[in-house]
Design a protein around this ligand. Sequence first.
Ligand code: CU
Length: 155
Amino acid sequence: MIQFRKIILPPTIFLMALSLVCMASQANADNKSPAGQPDTDSKVSRDIKVTQVDNMFLPNEIWVTEGETVRFVIINKGNHQHEMLIGAMDDLRKVAKNRRTNPDESPAEPGVVRLQPSEEGEIIWTFDQAGKVDFACPLPGHFKAMRGKIYVEKK
Ligand SMILES: [Cu+2]
């Protein structure tokens, strides 16, 4: 039995490791959302300033170009904490629901920023596909009003 284990174990571990690698790369491919994704500083082509007040974004319409990496510089000029989250509306809705049920949880979504009054933050985001992308503050009581649209124009 011990002898048997010695023989069978290494290939099993190898296969397990291999399947984990496959699963990880699969997950990566799936993460490439049509809404785009967070990116790195080195790719930023321009800054876009976004101001948060109680309860809206200024501006709430933004135009970018397909393939562009933008740094959103966000300042909270309101008297309440706010977040900014970029994504497809369905995903933003799920986050808003989660904020209602887990109000004390720290935000963990890709690129999300939570700001206290007078705080400043940034989101660096690449828009891969032409189309419309949403952004919002998913906090309870804010989500319905505090929304905006990013128009990603064809290159
Ligand atoms: Cu808010």
